[in-house]
Design a protein around this ligand. Structure first.
Ligand code: GLN
Length: 310
């Protein structure tokens, strides 16, 4: 067994026994029913080796991690023009906050807070019916992961459509500023469905490979995005991927990462690894409590922090 294989197993064993697991998200009713005892970890290294531990093959709701794939898709459609509609600064506010929008003319701080992700969904919707836009994103994610079995959990999507009043407020507020161009319910439909994509840690880590390989699907493989775009997406994940806890995540883990309220985190060690972790209990900022701790352990043991000496 390699050192990394042993490390991944050791981290999963340590996490399995910890009593302080955070709180599962309850504002999306189906997520409230998920067992907080679950834990999965998958590390895909640059040479293509895959290390799995715990519930790494169990699909969960990727929620805001979908914002990475949706942003990649939107940049492919409109390129740099995207930045006239969404900023690229950390917000220092919770993921679902509305407070900056009034002062900043309806332009969200970054594409990873909900307001910004709604604008990205609106861009992906242009010229399409919502069903087609979401189908395109699902196909893209399946392609990235080399896995046709990835699906959308319709129960989660419908639950958010019925209860996502903060997101409904954000979309309507931005519609008033013109940053959302479609009927808000159409843009929200795309957003709720992308958040309801269900993936396992293995599928997520595979889908993140293009961000470890400078934009390539795999070494020597097809180009998904230009190298500069991959660097920039990683930069946004590092600075904005954990909302008002992005600084703390950079401090503790030191890797570009994107969390979701389903308890998943996708983290990238550029040139080294694509990592996905899942533990449904969240900390006060809505990020996976043990997922963060597991990544901290992994980054400490491997020296993969982007701030480490080479
Ligand atoms: N669908 C969730 C929401 O809009 C996503 C939030 C998250 O994962 N942080 O509230």
């Amino acid at each position: 067994m390699t050192d990394l294989a042993r490390l991944v197993g050791d981290i999963a064993r340590e996490m399995a026994d910890l009593p302080e697991r955070g709180e599962v998200a309850t504002y999306i009713p189906p997520l409230a029913a998920i067992d907080p005892g679950r834990f999965g970890l998958c590390v895909v290294t640059a040479d293509g080796a895959i290390h799995l531990a715990g519930d790494a093959l169990e699909p969960f709701s990727i929620q805001s991690i979908s914002k990475v794939f949706a942003l990649t898709q939107a940049l492919g459609k409109v390129g740099e023009a995207l930045w006239s509609r969404v900023g690229r600064e950390p917000s220092g506010t919770p993921f679902n906050s509305i407070v900056q929008l009034e002062r900043e003319q309806g332009i969200p701080r970054n594409p990873f807070i909900n307001a910004g992700a709604l604008v990205v969904a609106d861009i992906n919707l242009a010229g399409h019916a919502p069903r087609v836009a979401i189908g395109e994103l699902l196909r893209f994610v399946r392609h990235l992961a080399d896995d046709e079995s990835i699906v959308i959990d319709e129960i989660v999507a419908r639950a958010e459509q019925a209860t996502g009043f903060r997101n409904i407020a954000l979309a309507n507020y931005m519609k008033a500023f013109g940053t959302i161009r479609h009927a808000p319910e159409l843009t929200l439909g795309v957003y709720f469905h992308q958040c309801a994509i269900a993936m396992s840690c293995r599928q997520l880590a595979m889908a993140g490979r293009f961000l470890m390989h400078g934009g390539l699907h795999a070494p020597g493989g097809a180009r998904i995005v230009p190298a500069r775009r991959a660097r920039r997406i990683n930069a946004l994940m590092l600075t904005c991927g954990h909302y008002d806890a992005s600084g703390d995540f950079a401090f503790r883990v030191g890797l570009p990462g994107k969390s979701g309220v389903g308890g998943g985190i996708l983290a990238i060690a550029p040139g080294k690894a694509s990592i996905a972790v899942w533990s449904p209990g969240l900390n006060a900022s809505g990020n996976s409590q043990l997922g963060t701790l597991a990544l901290e352990r992994l980054a400490d043991a491997t020296g993969w922090s982007v701030f480490a000496e080479a």
